[in-house]
Design a protein around this ligand. Sequence first.
Ligand SMILES: Nc1ncnc2c1ncn2[C@@H]1O[C@H](COP(=O)(O)OP(=O)(O)OP(=O)(O)O)[C@@H](O)[C@H]1O
Length: 228
Amino acid sequence: MHSFLRNCGLFPYLRAVSTFSPRLPVSTMATSAAQKFRPVVVSGPSGTGKSTLLKRLFAEYPDTFGFSISHTTRSPRPGEEHGREYYFTTKEDFLDLVSKNGFIEHAQFGGNFYGTSVAAVKEIAAKEKICILDIEMEGVKQVKKTDLNARFLFLAPPSVEELERRLRGRGTETEESLEKRLTQAKNELEFSKQPGAHDKIVVNDDLETAYKELRDFIVDGGEFGSGQ
Ligand SMILES: Nc1ncnc2c1ncn2[C@@H]1O[C@H](COP(=O)(O)OP(=O)(O)OP(=O)(O)O)[C@@H](O)[C@H]1O
């Protein structure tokens, strides 16, 4: 599965729209929400434990995170609504947005396009929620080219050997997909060493310790990195 399907784009957006303080002018309100509720990009090699840790974070903070709506060129199914499950769009409009660098990630499945747009992520901050983007290296680079003002957390395995053990232990991989993931893991680990690639690196060795580090960086005492 392509990683954007697990992003904040995965889930239908069900949260109530928050209201802003009426005393602030509109432009200041939008700016301060964007500054306070900065998106967080969580990346790291497949099998490092991103899903495990994020699942726990969402359970501990059920009202803090918002989920962006993905675009798709597939037709709506009965009961699905434009702007709720997906932004249903034509192939022409989708490709137009691709050419304008409007997507953080996009991919094609079964003849249909799917993508997470920059605008959809911005909407989450405007609604005073934090958007977590669980994406891979190319997506990270793409986010850096946008004006999303995201914070970047890299989840590293204790070692490549331990990563292989976890991937095997998860029981989801064939020998071929395992090899691919390990090769990609080495690329991601190389990238993570570049200065400025990430704001925070958490090594997921002991799960409890890693969870606390990840949580403290993301939630940041309720400041969500706005002071940085
Ligand atoms: N600290 C840890 N110690 C031991 N095992 C762990 C730890 N963290 C996660 N695992 C296990 O490692 C496996 C991979 O974790 P998980 O599926 O969360 O990785 P992921 O980064 O989300 O991978 P992918 O990107 O492929 O979805 C799971 O079986 C999980 O239970």
